[in-house]
Design a binder for this molecule. Structure first.
Ligand code: ADP
Ligand code: MG
Length: 266
């Protein structure tokens, strides 16, 4: 505990679009304390995913700096950045992105295999136990529920024992009860394991599991809430919607998006 796990200093990111330049992040400065659990909220297109990607070394800012512990990410070449991501950062998405032909255990072991390491069986088992899935090691993803698949993805993100875990709407495709299980796990990863957890969410109830909510509007930090209950978070984020660009016309409730493991938010 103690100190910042991640520090962003004046981070900006621009994208070229047909009509010109889109500013996704506009001078964002933020720190995330070691062992803390933070939610990032904002309207669709406010830069939440870009913020996470830049903080995780998956994308490079056009200006500013990102520090992970003592390492300045923006100064690293591709190779060292890849190694750092592999060893020190975990990432889970709304879509679980499991490989369908591999068992839960094989999916969890994948990051170690990709790093050229032989995955110790007890370590894979321990990661699955950590997310409450020790009985599912031999199952293929298609035989698991959405919540179970997301917990496999979580175990896969944890197998390298990363300092920081990022989640981009990790409960976005789950029903409320299953989402709560995943949120309780994320909370516990900060509290018990001392990992730093940063999660994008649109859901005030999900955000209420965190220590701190960072509000992002038009690529800028627009305020913060600390230890706020769901009601207060809902008031501050009212009208921001779910961030889903298209709603299935058959689903009257925009949140009703059962286990769509699609690549895009549904
Ligand atoms: P959020 O996650 O809050 O919905 P994003 O970070 O995905 O927002 O996007 C912020 C802005 O940057 C949006 O206007 C989006 O269209 C744009 N953007 C994000 N990624 C790209 C990209 N790879 N190419 C072009 N524009 C992008
Ligand atoms: Mg996004």
């Amino acid at each position: 505990m103690g100190g910042d796990a991640i520090a962003l200093d004046s981070v900006s990111r621009w994208f070229r679009s047909g009509r010109g330049r889109v500013t996704a992040l506009d001078g964002v400065s933020l720190t995330f304390a070691r062992g803390s659990f933070t939610a990032v909220m904002g309207p669709s297109g406010s830069g939440k995913s870009t913020l996470l990607q830049c903080a995780a070394g998956l994308d490079r800012p056009d200006a500013g700096s990102v520090r992970l512990g003592g390492t300045e990410l923006t100064e690293l070449g591709e190779r060292r950045l890849t190694l750092l991501r592999r060893e020190r950062i975990g990432f889970v998405f709304q879509a679980y992105n499991l490989l369908p032909s591999l068992t839960a255990a094989q999916n969890v072991a994948l990051p170690l295999r990709l790093a050229g390491r032989r995955p110790p069986k007890d370590r894979v088992r321990e990661a699955l136990r950590r997310v409450g899935l020790d009985g599912r090691a031999g199952h293929l993803p298609g035989r698991l529920s959405g919540g179970e698949q997301q917990r496999v993805a979580l175990a896969r993100a944890l197998i390298t024992r990363p300092e920081v875990l990022f989640g981009d709407e990790p409960t976005g495709a789950l029903d409320a009860a299953t989402g709560r299980e995943v949120l309780a796990l994320l909370r516990d990863m900060a509290d018990t394991d001392g990992r730093t957890v940063v999660m994008v969410t649109h859901d005030p109830v999900a955000a209420s599991y965190t220590d701190r909510v960072v509000l992002l509007v038009d690529g800028r930090v627009h305020g913060e809430l600390a230890g706020a209950p769901a009601g207060e978070i809902a008031e501050r984020t009212a009208g921001w919607g779910t961030g889903r660009t298209s709603r299935p016309s058959t689903a009257p409730d925009a949140r009703a998006c059962p286990n769509s493991a699609g690549e895009q938010p549904c």
